[in-house]
Design a protein around this ligand. Structure first.
Ligand code: MG
Length: 336
């Protein structure tokens, strides 16, 4: 099942809607749930009592029951699309819209988005380091930096080393704590792609001050999506290809099997502090980032006009253009 946060193209100020990808359509799952509960019997009354979920986060907060409810509605929608095809017409609005006539936002904005750093040996090596840590290295990325899968990425006016990191991100499906590795996949709802954008110059200045903060957290520094793919669709998340292209040129090419800390290890480690439904653990990036390129005199840093495509096999592709910071940006003296 693929769940998206959508609205019709040209929808202006219309609210984002909870959608499910069905064939070439995005079905309005909010509308569908309302019709389903009025017309189809045998629903889980506890779920029905919880109301009609308005967002993917709402659905995840119902824990496993929410996704199984959504799955039943999606199966009903799929049968509807098959029936319409056989009858030779398109399924009607407001339930269905052709996906290409919709815009997508980030599937969700979690309570916490943990971004794991230095989790691929080749990526650690391209930073001139070796893996020695006894625990995963990570930071928190603010939900306010997340944008839709095809939205623009704004390069801060003072930043000239804008970098890309394509990552498989794990979405937690239930409140949990101290999850043993063997149970890790039980608490996962599904997967998304994160384009973990980094302002390397800012990050360097911040690290000199002993922290790491804005360099990974500016607005638009986290295209996410294109949709949430539920875990049943991904046979082995530890064996997915990851790639990044900039203006069509291949920059990163790796696979999740190259992770230092596996998904079960990451869930076990980070769940020592409570994880909530919708929380995201982004699992790090393989080699090929701009900062790691040798020789450095031929920079690969992103500049306005560049189009970056971030892909994880079986999940999807994010496509984002780099744009300049509009006038009126920060007056902080980064050179001072
Ligand atoms: Mg990263």
């Amino acid at each position: 099942m693929r769940l998206a946060n959508f609205k019709p193209s040209g929808g202006g100020g219309a609210q984002w809607r909870l959608g499910a990808c069905v064939d070439k359509y995005i079905a309005d799952l909010g509308v569908a749930c309302g019709i389903y509960r009025q017309t189809v019997f045998g629903c889980d009354h506890e779920v029905l009592a919880a109301g009609i979920p308005a967002s993917i986060l709402d659905l995840l907060k119902l824990e496993g029951r929410g996704l199984s409810y959504a799955r039943r509605v999606v199966e009903w929608l799929e049968a509807m699309v098959r029936g319409a095809k056989e009858a030779g017409h398109a399924p009607g609005q407001p339930l269905f819209r052709v996906a290409s006539d919709c815009v997508l936002d980030a599937p969700l904005r979690p309570g916490k988005l943990i971004t794991v750093a230095r989790n691929y040996h080749e990526h650690v090596a391209e930073h001139g380091m070796t893996h020695t840590g006894k625990v995963p290295s990570a930071s928190i990325k603010a939900s306010s930096s997340l944008v839709g899968p095809y939205d623009d990425i704004v390069r801060p006016i003072f930043e000239r080393q804008l970098d890309y990191e394509t990552e498989l991100a794990v979405v937690i499906g239930m409140r949990c704590k101290n999850v043993p590795q063997r149970d890790a996949y039980n608490v996962i709802a599904g997967y998304v792609v994160l384009s973990d954008i980094v302002a390397r110059q800012v990050l360097k200045i911040e690290r000199e001050a002993g922290n790491q903060f804005l360099g990974k957290m500016f607005d638009t520094f986290g295209p996410l999506g294109p949709w949430l793919v539920t875990k049943d669709e991904i046979e082995d998340p530890m064996n997915l290809a990851i790639s990044t292209r900039v203006n069509g040129e291949l920059r990163q090419q790796g696979g999740t099997k190259g992770m230092i800390w596996s998904i079960p290890q990451l869930v076990a480690y980070f769940s020592q502090a409570t994880l909530e439904p919708g929380d995201i653990i982004s699992t790090g990036t393989p080699a090929g980032v701009a900062a790691g390129r040798k020789p450095h005199e031929a920079p690969w840093y992103l500049v306005p006009g560049d189009v970056i495509e971030s892909e994880v096999q079986g999940i999807g592709v994010l496509r984002n253009k780099i744009v300049d910071d509009p006038a009126g940006s920060s007056d902080w003296d980064w050179k001072g």
